[in-house]
Design a protein. Structure first.
Lengths: 380, 419, 297
């Protein structure tokens, strides 16, 4: 079906062109806001990759987002002017002073138990690296255990859900190290290669938009590799692929970790544009909400899930800032969720794809109707 | 006031007068709308925190309508741009930047929790805007872009702990709180005060924020040998706590709960019979027996059209901070963030709970500490109060005193912080 | 120590109370009903409204809440859930949307707040549920003092579990439900009205949640968001117990309740929560089908 694929690529190209041209028309507030939404779009890509292509619905994606966010925020916290003013050779986060061990020296090494863990974060590259590595490592370990044991479907979802709640609890409780419920705030700007990423500057927008464009292209190419095709085969029937001699868990772990890494990058970028990290990133409702974004956009389409996330957030912003709807906008969003799941089971992308099929067939291209994957077939 | 502003003011006044004399009603309204001073109002209208924050939003709008009824500020009406924080720091951050950057409001009345205040703080600091924050909080903040009108630990504890040890005669404290910064910081300040007053603390325990399963904790309290419970439990957990307390056979006369957060809202929700006999320390109670306060409660109930609505400390602060702000705008002569902030310093207002004053050094508020005992009718009977407002000391846990504030007009003195 | 065991038991009974309805809708029907917590919330609000408008106490609210939430559950099944059978994860997403709608409906007082009207008992604030004096305070059983209301909850939970078990295993409709659980098409082929039975089962599960709401309203706080954390705990109970096994849910609620109670006694409540989550993860990792599983569908 060359026509369909060309159209598909064209959609990617149009979308990327759009987000790259956006600064021409947006003023600084909307630039910053759209940058945040693009970060959510990146989360949509991560979810579509694990859910749409690997069949793994992760109800704890917020864990990876949160990990990425905290790793970056730790570096930026140490770069903040207040951390540098505590009269120590090393920067010390202000909240550590009020959680200090009695009589402890005001120094990152030993102001409280565990504060030394912050030491390497003085180098922003360490924070950036960990923001990607930590989620990947956690996902690899968890994925390795889960997929070796052939755990699948809703059980993976529940494990990830329990895990994200567990980590959230620990982060809040470890107040001397994490500032607990208030999260990490009062951060410095990230400076990479001599460029300061002020959240309201165009350059920061381009870092976010560029990362999203790269992630879209890279994941799109990735799912079309041999490994990506095997992964989709696993989604549709694990056992057949296993009998064909493929190492099923290996593929699952790999894509699970890639998805986690993308979510980690999203967390990193969110901290850069919003300037705080909070344990609410690991709230259950946020993890479910991002899955719903992907479902609305189209779980089986990387671009669809991405646009779904951005679109819903734009609708939310519009609805919640209409003074008449300030109290009711959530009901509007709830209604959209229900209607989309009921009437557009493949999301907006599925709808667009069907529309494209209709258009293509009218122009005389004969092609068989697309077979839906088993997971989407409605049982009678 | 410099010449230009005086000129502008006079011109506005002239315009207003001309409008009132000559123009039909709609023209007058059009002129008003174009001329309004916009302010941001950002509290949660949805999500778990809307329980309290909806009332803060309502009372802020009420105060704005009162100001407008008196002709507004600088001859201009005040117009609220209301946004919903949705109980989520991410949303608070986004809406705050919308208000400050896009709507260009000179001031925002916002936030109930520290977590949300911390999330919006970068917006206000980088943009040199002004946030007015109405909630009691843990202190340890010295921002040039925030005016804090709620109590800080010294205004809730400095009278409370000595009163418990001396008047109540209770010496063994069980400290319990929700697991986040405010209760932990309150616990820290209380421990210093408890030891100074010859008491001791037997436990310092926490429950997850929003958790309402108190079975194990209350059992612990029962077997701890403590003779008083110091509660820094917040939000909906409070209700479950007092109920479990009574249902495990504990009584307020033998083992009283002395709370720093339990307010009229929670008492009404749990049923006053569960709290009767327990104590709370706050600068404001709905039962304050003055004509000003009674009138305030009536006005609020009429405004929200709910004859049973209750008022509480953060609500009173949300109310008077709007009036303090209006006075500051009038004094500054212009509606721009930094002049308003400078004019706020030292501003006084006769609030429903008595006189309040913004401390010029740290932009926190002088408030009058009060202790109330909860009655079976759900009201707090005030049984102890300071004669006059007390200076706010956001760094009291680190040895800050009236004479030597850490947070001054020049910023935070970190050298003092380390003692 | 007896007190600790009693508290564990009462934690378990609250877990089971909320999980029971979920064990039916999820376990038997394969619907991940995220709005289950909202059914609990509606049950609690029924108690509030019963008191304000009918001047009846919490005991009278039990049947009313059952009927009200069962009807709402029936409506949800007809309008939303029945289009989604077999799409497990889609039921999760759709019912999440339904949950948001229900919460907003309560918070906006069914829309009245747009017109500046106020319906007593609804709205965003905390609500007060009065408990009759005979159920407050402590009872002395032998050497231990126990919380009367918690003892009452344990009793109600036992009763409901028994009734549910009888319904499922000793009545003809129960046989039909279990037949649908195993193989809906075969059941349909045998002449079972699958549509009707599914709707009734969902309504019954929702009704149980409503009763749970009445019970928790007596000692927790009633507000529009109260259901969300409960539904998570209830899910963990059902999954650990083994999907589709009523006995499994009873057993796992008991286990998680005691684990929570004992850890909270030995360490603290925060660690207890963490231990419960870790335990759940460990169980699902080692026995993904749960402790008591049967081959379903």
């Amino acid at each position: 079906m060359p026509g369909k694929r060309t159209l598909d690529y064209a959609a990617y190209a149009v979308f990327i062109a759009l987000i790259l041209c956006a600064p021409l028309v947006l003023e600084e507030f909307w630039l910053n806001r759209i940058a945040k939404f693009l970060v959510y779009g990146l989360l949509g890509v991560a979810i579509a990759l694990s859910w749409g292509y690997a069949g793994i619905l992760n109800l704890g994606q917020g864990l990876f987002f949160g990990l990425g966010a905290y790793m970056m925020a730790m570096s930026l916290k140490l770069a903040s002017p207040t951390s540098l003013q505590q009269g120590s050779a090393t920067p010390v986060p202000d909240f550590m002073l009020w959680n200090a061990e009695p009589g402890a020296k005001t120094d990152l090494c030993c102001i409280n138990h565990g504060s030394f863990l912050w030491t390497p974060f003085q180098n922003p590259w360490f924070g950036i690296g960990m923001a990607v590595l930590a989620p990947v490592l956690v996902a690899t370990v968890i994925g390795w255990v889960m997929f070796r044991k052939r755990i699948s479907g809703v059980f993976v979802s529940i494990i990830m859900l329990a895990l994200v709640l567990l980590v959230r609890l620990v982060v809040i409780d470890a107040q001397p190290l994490t500032n607990g419920f208030n999260g990490l705030t009062d951060l410095g700007n990230l400076t990479v290669l001599g460029v300061e990423l002020d959240p309201y500057e165009v350059v920061t927008y381009y870092v976010v938009a560029g990362t999203l464009a790269l992630a879209l292209i890279a994941t799109r190419l990735l799912v079309e590799t041999r490994a990506g095709l095997i992964l989709q085969a696993i989604r549709d029937d694990q056992n057949r692929v296993r009998y064909l001699g493929f190492d099923v868990p290996l593929y699952q772990v790999f894509f699970f970790a890639v998805s986690a890494g993308i979510a980690g990058v999203a967390g990193l970028l969110y901290v850069v544009v919003a300037q705080f990290a909070s344990p609410t990133f690991m709230d259950l409702s946020f993890s479910i909400t991002m899955v719903v974004w992907a479902a609305v956009g189209g779980r089986a389409s990387l671009l669809g899930a991405c646009i779904g996330a951005i679109g819903i957030n734009i609708i939310e912003a519009g609805a919640s800032e209409t003074q008449a709807l300030v109290q009711a906008w959530r009901a509007v969003i709830g209604l959209i969720f229900v209607l989309v799941v009921l009437y557009l089971p493949r999301g907006v992308a599925g709808f667009a794809s069907d529309a494209a099929d209709a258009v293509l067939s009218r122009f005389g291209r004969k092609r068989p109707p697309a077979a839906r994957p088993a997971s989407e077939r409605v049982a009678s | 006031m410099d010449t230009t502003t005086r000129l502008t003011t006079r011109r506005t006044a002239l315009l207003g007068a001309a409008g009132a004399l000559a123009a039909p009603y709609f023209f007058h309204r059009a002129a008003r709308a174009a001329d309004a001073i916009k302010v941001g109002v950002l509290f949660s209208q949805t999500g778990g925190l809307s329980i309290v924050e909806k009332s803060l939003n309502d009372v802020t709008l009420m105060a704005i309508s009162e100001i407008n009824a008196k002709g507004g500020v600088l001859g201009r009406p005040v117009q609220a741009v209301v946004e919903d924080g949705a109980s989520d720091p991410k949303t608070f951050n986004e809406k705050a930047s919308k208000l400050v950057i896009q709507d260009k409001v000179p001031s925002v009345f916002a936030c109930y929790t520290s977590a949300s205040r911390k999330a919006v703080l970068p917006v206000f600091e980088r943009r040199q805007s002004l946030l007015l924050y109405p909630t009691y909080y843990e202190g340890f903040e010295c921002s040039k872009n925030v005016a804090y009108t709620g109590a800080v630990p010294n205004q809730q504890l400095s009278n409370f702990i000595p009163w418990i040890t001396k008047t109540l005669g209770k010496k063994k404290f069980f400290i319990v709180g929700s697991n986040y910064i405010y209760p932990r910081e309150m616990a820290k300040v209380s421990k210093i005060l408890i030891e100074k007053n010859g008491g001791q603390w037997v436990a310092d325990e926490y429950l997850e924020l929003g958790d309402s399963e108190w079975g194990s904790m209350v059992n612990k309290i029962k077997n701890s040998g403590a003779d008083v419970v110091l509660s820094n439990v917040v939000g909906d957990s409070v209700v479950a706590f007092y109920r479990e307390f009574k249902n495990q056979g504990l009584t307020q006369d033998k083992l009283p709960i002395c709370a720093t957060v339990t307010s009229e809202i929670e008492i009404a929700a749990m049923g006053p019979e569960y709290a009767a006999g327990s104590f709370t320390s706050f600068p404001y109670f709905m039962a304050i027996d003055t004509d000003a306060n009674k009138a305030f409660v009536e006005r609020y109930r009429a405004f929200v059209k709910n004859p049973k609505a209750v008022t509480h400390h953060a609500l009173e602060s949300s109310y008077f901070q709007v009036h303090l702000w209006a006075q500051a705008v009038a004094k500054a002569g212009e509606a721009a963030p930094l002049p308003i902030r400078n004019a706020l310093a030292g501003q006084e207002f006769a609030a429903p709970g008595g006189m309040v004053k913004i401390e010029p050094q740290n932009l926190h508020t002088w408030l009058t500490p009060r202790i109330a005992q909860w009655q079976p009718d759900g009201q707090g009977k005030i049984i102890d109060a300071y004669q006059a407002p007390v200076m706010p000391l956001p760094y009291v846990a680190y040895g800050e005193t009236d004479g030597a504030p850490f947070c001054t007009g020049k910023g935070l003195d970190t050298a003092r912080l380390k003692g | 120590m007896a007190e600790v065991v009693f508290i564990g038991l009462s934690l378990a009974s609250v877990l089971l109370l909320v999980a029971l309805g979920l064990a039916i809708t999820y376990g038997a029907m394969g619907v991940i009903n995220m709005a289950h917590g909202e059914m609990v919330m509606l049950g609690a609000y029924t108690t509030v409204l019963t008191r304000i408008y009918l001047h009846l106490d919490i005991l009278a609210a039990i049947p009313l809440a059952f009927i009200a939430t069962a009807l709402i559950g029936y409506a949800i099944e007809r309008v939303v859930v029945r289009r989604l059978y077999g799409r497990l994860l889609d039921t999760l997403l759709a019912t999440w949307g339904v949950a948001i709608l229900i919460q907003q409906a309560v918070r906006l007082e069914l829309g009245a707040s747009f017109f500046g009207l106020h319906i007593a008992g609804l709205g965003p604030g905390l609500q007060n549920v009065a408990v009759p004096p005979e159920l407050t305070g402590a009872l002395t059983l032998g050497s231990v003092q126990v919380n009367a209301f918690r003892a009452f909850i344990i009793g109600v939970t036992l009763l409901l579990t028994l009734v549910t078990w009888l319904l499922m295993y000793r009545t003809s409709i129960g046989i039909q439900v279990r037949a649908i659980m195993r193989n809906p098409r075969m059941a349909a082929a045998c002449g079972i009205d699958v549509d009707r039975v599914n709707a009734l089962t969902f309504a019954y599960g929702s009704g149980l949640a409503g009763v749970a709401g009445v019970m928790v309203s007596g000692f927790k706080t009633v507000f529009p968001d109260m259901g969300t954390p409960m539904v998570v705990d209830a899910f963990l109970v059902v999954v650990v117990g083994g999907v589709g096994s009523l006995l499994g849910s009873v057993f796992s609620a008991g286990l998680l309740g005691q684990l929570n109670g004992v850890t909270a006694f030995l360490a603290n409540d925060i660690i207890a929560r963490a231990v419960v989550f870790a335990f759940v993860i460990a169980v699902i990792m080692t026995r993904p089908r749960g402790l008591f599983s049967q081959k379903a569908r």
